[in-house]
Design a protein around this ligand. Structure first.
Ligand SMILES: [Zn+2]
Length: 366
C-alpha cells in the first residue's frame, strides 16, 4: 500500500528527537528579535529568513549552521519568548498529526537576560502545557547538556531530575562528538541512573562506533540520538546476506532505540542522500528504528515530510509507518501506562482507520 502525503499527515505520529531551538517559525524569530532589540538577523522578511535558515541548499556551511542557532537562541532569552516558542512548537506538531513528542533544548544557553536555569525550564514547560491544551498531543521535555561546557553537565542532570514531575522526562547530551567522548560526562549519567531517571545521548551521528559503544556500555544510555554509524558494524555480502558485528548485534538484540533523522543527516553532510541513508537497511533488519526531524526550521521539514521522503525513496507503506511509529512510542520516556494509552487509544485505532479507508477505496476502484 503506497503512502500519499495526506495519509501520512493524518496518520498518528511519534517524535522523539526534535530541538526546540531548531524548530521556530520564521515569523516568530523576526517578531521576537524586534521585541528584544536583536539586530543581527540576516533579513526581516519571513520568506527570505526561512530560505536563509534552510540548510539543504548547496552553499550551506557548518559556520552558517551554527550561526542559525545563534539567532534562534538569541531571541529565546525571556520567559515570554520561551513560552511562546514552546507553545507554537506544540501547535505545529499537533497540526502535523504528531500525537506524542519529546522536544529538547539546552537550558544553559538561555541565561543571557538573567533567568535562572529553573526559570528557563518552568517557562518552557508552561509553553508546552499551553500548546497542548485542547489538542490531541502529549508532550515531554528533555534537557540537553552541551558537550563543550562539561562543567555544567551534572548541574543540568540535577535540573532535569528536579523538574521530573512537571514534564521533564529525561536528559540528553548534545554538541560535537569528535574530541568529546561520552565517558567525559560519567558523573552526570551516574547521577541520572542513581535517581532511576532516563537519558539519551547524541552518538554516532558523524562520529564512529567508539562513540556508540561508550554511550551504551560505559554510560548506560537508553537510546541513541542518530546512531547512524552503527551501520559500520554491519556487512552486506555480495550475495545479499548480512552479518552483524558484536556491537550492532547488541544494539538490535537489546532493542536499543535509534533516533534517526535522515534529512538532517543529509543536510549536515553525515550522509550523502536519503537513498544512501542506512535507515532502510536498519529498518529491514528490524533494528528499533524511529523517525525524527531534528531541526524542523533548518531542514525546512515536518515529520510528515520526513515520512514522505522515506515513502518516495524506499517505498515504505502504511504498515511500515505504523511499525516505525510503534517503535517510537515504545521507546518514549513517558511512563508505561501513558505509552500504553497512546498505543491503544491513538496509534492503533488511527492506523486501523486508515487501513480500512484504503481498502474501501481499493474496492471502489476495482
Ligand atoms: Zn539532535
Amino acid at each position: 500500500m503506497s503512502l500519499d502525503v495526506a495519509t501520512i499527515r493524518s496518520a498518528p505520529k511519534v517524535l522523539l528527537h526534535d530541538h526546540l531551538d531548531g524548530g521556530l517559525r520564521p515569523r516568530t524569530v523576526i517578531e521576537l528579535a524586534a521585541d528584544a532589540g536583536y539586530r543581527d538577523l540576516p533579513t526581516t522578511d519571513p520568506d527570505e529568513l526561512a530560505a536563509w535558515f534552510f540548510q539543504g541548499k548547496p552553499d550551506s556551511s557548518l559556520e552558517q549552521y551554527l550561526e542559525a542557532f545563534t539567532h534562534t537562541v538569541a531571541v529565546m532569552q525571556t520567559p515570554e519568548a520561551l513560552e511562546r516558542v514552546a507553545a507554537e512548537c506544540v501547535e505545529d506538531l499537533a497540526a502535523d498529526g504528531v500525537v506524542y513528542a519529546e522536544v529538547r533544548f539546552a537550558p544553559e544557553l538561555h541565561l543571557q537576560s538573567g533567568m535562572t536555569l529553573d526559570e528557563v525550564v518552568q517557562a518552557t514547560l508552561a509553553g508546552l502545557r499551553r500548546g497542548a491544551e485542547g489538542r490531541d498531543i502529549t508532550m515531554g521535555l528533555l534537557l540537553s547538556a552541551i558537550r563543550q561546557a562539561a562543567a555544567r553537565s551534572v548541574e543540568i542532570a540535577e535540573l532535569a531530575i528536579r523538574h521530573r514531575d512537571e514534564g521533564v522526562l529525561g536528559f540528553d547530551m548534545a554538541g560535537p562528538e569528535a574530541g568529546y567522548p561520552p565517558t567525559r560526562y560519567l558523573d552526570a549519567f551516574h547521577l541520572i541512573a542513581h535517581e532511576n531517571f532516563h537519558f539519551t545521548l547524541h552518538a554516532g551521528e558523524a562520529f564512529g562506533l567508539p562513540s556508540i559503544w561508550e554511550a551504551l556500555q560505559w554510560c548506560g544510555a537508553e537510546r541513541l540520538g542518530h546512531g547512524v554509524r552503527i551501520v559500520d558494524d554491519i556487512t552486506v555480502h555480495p550475495d545479499g546476506h548480512v552479518s552483524l558485528g558484536r556491537l550492532s548485534a547488541f544494539v538490535r538484540d537489546r532493542r536499543v532505540p535509534l533516533e534517526m533523522c535522515p534529512t538532517s543527516n543529509v543536510h549536515i553532510g553525515a550522509v550523502r542522500s536519503i537513498a544512501d541513508h542506512p535507515i532502510d537497511l536498519l529498518r529491514r533488519l528490524r533494528f528499533r528504528v524511529t523517525v525524527n526531524t531534528d531541526n524542523r526550521l533548518m531542514s525546512g521539514i515536518s515529520l510528515t515530510d520526513e515520512f514522505a521522503a522515506l515513502a518516495r525513496t524506499f517505498g515504505i507503506g502504511l504498515e511500515d509507518m505504523e511499525w516505525l511509529t510503534l517503535n517510537g512510542i515504545k521507546s518514549a520516556f513517558l511512563p508505561f501506562d501513558g505509552r500504553l494509552r497512546i498505543i491503544n487509544e491513538q496509534v492503533k485505532p488511527g492506523y486501523a482507520r486508515l487501513r480500512a479507508a484504503a481498502s474501501a477505496a481499493e474496492l471502489v476502484t476495482r
